[in-house]
Design a protein around this ligand. Structure first.
Ligand code: NAD
Ligand code: UDP
Length: 312
């Protein structure tokens, strides 16, 4: 029998893939989203499905629903969008976590938090294992997101200790794929859109900073495995692809794969931009029998095909 599952942020990039996957598995899915960075186009094909329900709602306000599981993904994820109204970003992470944890407690649902590699800040330890406590600036322009996500994790652990709530904390590393918002300023979407339009590719800094990019299908597989793992495994667990690339390498790869005539140009590096990032995924391998299967080049090709359908 399928479960009743709430996905907050379900009209966003990751949330829309998760809704698809949960419906394919025969579940009843409620997608809750305020459509700040998400888009109805990501879920339009699901709107006629009897097992799917869309609720336009802001997670900073309480809501009463009866479900078996909650995936809490609601939060703008790209620096451009989370810095647009930083106070709202912190409220979304913190009040959103409180409201969803309250809901889960009331109906005894299991709840998963979409946390982030940003809890490690600009890491002084490389690669990053889950027991690294991070290096986050409380006063910087990324803090609204980083500290909001850190408090959300704290709330999850306190609800677990105080109320015996079944929690799962997942630390997501940079993920890319179809349904990314073309305007949200993240590096993969920016570079692909620029390359398809034969516009300059904007590298921030000298392009030597690194990121490790996970294809969305791999990420969703890890997320669903974590949610359904044994009750006493609560995380935190890193989910990401350990393949590490400089931003300049990514730009060159996108130009090659699109056959673009774009030139690489250099712009100032935003403050607190992490210099390096790569997950240690030993816990995911051991506890979830999970590891990524899609190499960057293959995932980029699929993502480029998607952007060709939406870029004018
Ligand atoms: P996204 O911006 O595409 O999706 C976020 C969704 O949340 C959007 O649909 C947005 O409209 C919705 N939302 C934002 N504020 C809301 C609010 N107050 N109430 C209700 N809905 C709200 O981003 P994404 O990449 O799909 O990220 C999903 C989650 O995963 C986020 O919590 C993000 O922090 C986390 N994450 C993503 C990545 C990544 O690389 N994609 C990395 C680390 C963590
Ligand atoms: N970046 C870049 N050009 C862009 C967008 C981003 O060089 O047009 C860089 C950004 O400075 C960062 C990296 O790419 O070093 C990843 O940025 P993104 O916003 O995708 O994610 P995050 O910094 O949160 O990992």
């Amino acid at each position: 029998m399928g479960k009743r599952i709430l996905v907050t942020g379900g009209a966003g990039f990751l949330g829309s893939h998760l809704c698809n996957r949960l419906l394919e598995e025969g579940n009843d899915v409620i997608c809750l989203d305020n459509l700040f960075t998400g888009n109805k186009d990501n879920i339009r094909h699901l709107l006629g499905n009897d097992y799917f329900e869309f609720i336009r709602h802001d997670v900073t306000e309480p809501i009463f629903l009866e479900v078996d599981q909650v995936y809490n993904l609601a939060c703008p994820a790209s620096p451009v969008h989370y810095q647009y109204n930083p106070i709202k970003t912190t409220k979304t992470s913190v009040l959103g976590a409180i409201n969803m944890l309250g809901l889960a407690k009331r109906v005894k649902a299991r709840i998963l938090q979409a946390s982030t590699s940003e809890v490690y800040g600009d890491p002084q330890v490389h690669p990053q294992p889950e027991d690294y406590r991070g290096c986050v600036n409380t006063m910087g322009i990324r803090s609204c997101y980083d500290e909001g996500k850190r408090v959300a994790e704290t709330l999850f652990y306190d609800y677990h200790r105080m109320h015996k709530l079944e929690i799962k904390v997942m630390r997501i590393f940079n993920t890319y794929g179809p349904n990314m918002n073309p305007n949200d300023g993240r590096v993969v979407s920016n570079f692909i859109v620029q390359a398809l339009n034969n516009e300059d590719i904007t590298i921030y800094g000298d392009g030597s900073q690194t990121r490790s990019f996970c294809y969305v299908d791999d990420l969703i597989e890890g997320m669903v495995r974590l949610m359904n793992s044994r009750a006493d495994f609560i995380g935190p667990v890193n989910i990401g692809n350990p393949g590490e690339f400089t931003i300049k390498q990514l730009a060159e790869l996108v130009v090659n794969l699109t056959g673009s005539s774009s030139k690489l140009i250099y712009k100032p590096l935003p403050s607190d931009d992490p210099l390096q990032r790569k997950p240690v995924i030993e816990i995911a391998k051991k506890e979830l029998d999970w590891e990524p299967t899609v190499p960057l080049e293959e995932g980029l090709k699929k993502t480029i095909e998607y952007f060709k359908t939406i870029v004018k």
